[in-house]
Design a protein around this ligand. Structure first.
Ligand SMILES: Nc1ncnc2c1ncn2[C@@H]1O[C@H](COP(=O)(O)OP(=O)(O)OP(=O)(O)O)[C@@H](O)[C@H]1O
Length: 259
């Protein structure tokens, strides 16, 4: 009993430092309630998966966490304080399923990758070029892509460029909304391996939205199951396999049948 106070307070301190992002009572209503009082947190260096059937609110969640849309009620905390999306724009980045939509068709990849250096770091083009070459190497692309337009690259290559651009900004939290859905299995694995390296090396956190449970299994430390806008289960994927919730069991069964 005498030992419990220091141990608990030490543990609490550690937890407090590690917690990067928190959603409390997060609610979004359009004509109906799409997200209903969600509570969850993401620690530094943690990959949190979000799964659930189509229409359960996954992309809406991505838009709220990335600040594209405002919640109807509830709060979003970053390092324990309400997220200031103007100031914190750099720290939280979103990558979408169809990267081609985030590219301007008339903008060469070189310009697309230079923009964040200019906007966030005020770097001159020549100074940025060295950094761009480095990050391209890290995402497994070579310099020849710099003079190309988006339509000249494959879906997998564009997704790597989108990841490169997000990483240039040095985010602490990366939100990935179905980023591998339109890619074949080999490229999907390559993208996951790439992200794993960034998590390990740079200790970034990821909110990983996916309907592919095998990727979630392989990549995520913790998983949230959304259903009708509510979190119906959270835990490791191993814990989900033990869930008695019928919706969770059906999701796992469907994943097994599709694999
Ligand atoms: N801007 C909006 N206005 C009104 N309703 C919306 C809006 N955006 C999303 N919705 C509704 O919110 C619900 C959740 O949509 P959302 O796209 O978040 O689901 P999802 O789980 O990502 O689906 P999917 O897996 O099919 O992409 C849907 O019923 C959708 O019609």
């Amino acid at each position: 009993m005498r030992l419990s106070i220091p141990i608990q307070s030490h543990y609490y301190e550690r937890k407090r430092i590690m917690r990067l992002f928190e959603a409390k009572n997060l609610t979004k209503k359009y004509d109906k309630t799409v997200l209903d009082h969600l509570d969850f947190s993401i620690n530094e260096g943690e990959v949190v998966g979000v799964i659930g059937v189509s229409g359960c609110g996954k992309s809406t969640l991505a838009r709220l966490v990335s600040g594209i849309e405002k919640p109807s009620s509830g709060s979003l905390l970053y390092q324990g304080k309400p997220v200031d999306f103007k100031k914190g724009r750099k720290d939280i980045q979103l990558i979408l399923q169809n990267s081609i939509e985030s590219f301007s068709p008339r903008m060469k990849i070189r310009v697309f990758l230079y923009e964040p250096y200019h906007y966030f770091y005020h770097l001159h083009k020549n100074e940025a070029l060295d950094c761009i070459k480095k990050i391209l190497k890290q995402v497994g692309m070579d310099e020849s892509c710099l003079e190309k337009y988006p339509h000249e690259l494959s879906g997998g290559q564009l997704q790597r460029i989108a990841i490169a651009r997000a990483l240039i900004i040095h985010p602490r939290l990366l939100i990935c909304d179905e980023i591998t859905s339109s890619l074949d299995h080999v490229v999907q694995r390559e993208i996951i391996e790439l992200l794993k390296k960034f998590v390990e090396k740079n200790h970034i956190s990821i909110l990983f939205i996916s309907h592919d449970l095998s990727l979630v299994h392989e990549f995520c430390h913790q998983v949230l199951v959304l259903n009708n806008g509510k979190i119906i289960e959270k835990g490791t994927i191993q814990q989900l396999y033990k869930s008695e919730n019928e919706v969770v069991q059906n999701l796992l069964k469907a994943a097994y049948l599709n694999s």
